[in-house]
Write a protein that binds this ligand. Sequence first.
Ligand code: 5GP
Ligand code: MN
Length: 343
Amino acid sequence: MEIKKYLSAEQLEQWRRMVDEASNIAVLGHSGPDGDAMGSMLALASYLQGLGKKVTPITPNACPDFLRWLPGAEQVIFFRNKQRKGVKALEECDLVFCLDFNGLDRLEEMRRCVEHSKARRIMIDHHLDPEPMAELMVSDPRAAATCEVLFCIFHQLGAYEGLSQDIATCLYCGLMTDTGAFAYNSNRAELFHIVGMLIAKGIDKDKIYRNVYYSYTESRLRLMGYLMYEKMEYFPEEHVALFALTEKEMVHFNFVRGDAEGFVNMPLQIKGTILSISLREDTEKPIVRVSLRSVGDFPCNEMAERFFNGGGHLNAAGGWLPKPIDTAIQTARQAIKSLSEKG
Ligand code: 5GP
Ligand code: MN
């Protein structure tokens, strides 16, 4: 089976030139880095390091604990925690890779440093409607993950033969997490062909699964039970579920970063549900984070844009509200009610 060639002949030349001419490269992922952001950053960082480049992976804030086992994760600078180091790395680099995001606002506080930097930019992504934010942009909304696009680019560059097990592990992690362990957005033979090619590099896919999904604390499981039992509101007419998590509850359940991961998907298990919305008080800023997940053709991204200052994909989107949680809940209820009002 053919592996997709994303780069035209000119783009291939452009990529080679840009990478050849760079010696100090920053590899950036989006705020709230997930398995695809971290996986693609670390795979690319390792590849570029193999070419003898100095590479610094940076994200606006920290990744969850369940991604820290990824090979090379200890190199990542979490900008909010290590601002001086992050600013210096962005000032000194001559090439920036933007991975797994379609607009510079997903860089939050890092955005200004990146905009002011003279470094050239390459973006690799799979979100809809990319902003023109880089000299070379490889964006495919049909791809399951940025890691899929990156795998194809590695292949096109002739790097598959020499691909290390660590790089394959990082890429697989991105494919797995962005498809809910191949439960959605993954019904394509090419994708499974790529998975086969990664397994051929010696990865342990079952261990990667356990590292990501079976590594929670007891309190996290109890928090999940509490949210589903006590907090979830169900709107039978609209077939929508909504729940909100406050900072006080997080403290009570010894919340650590990443503990809320996957909660928003759970109400979709209720037969006939088309949409699940979760609200969560941010622990660092006075805002409420919103996550949306849908089944079928309900456009989460449209609702995120219209009501929650955000965006994303058809079946997974997010945003935020600059309000207290109770007011945010009201906004979410209005968004839900607007569905039945439209008819
Ligand atoms: P999550 O619910 O996991 O935080 O985000 C799901 C998806 O929604 C992300 O992959 C991203 O595409 C999108 N998303 C989340 N938060 C934001 C946001 O604040 N702005 C935009 N434009 N998209 C977001
Ligand atoms: Mn992604």
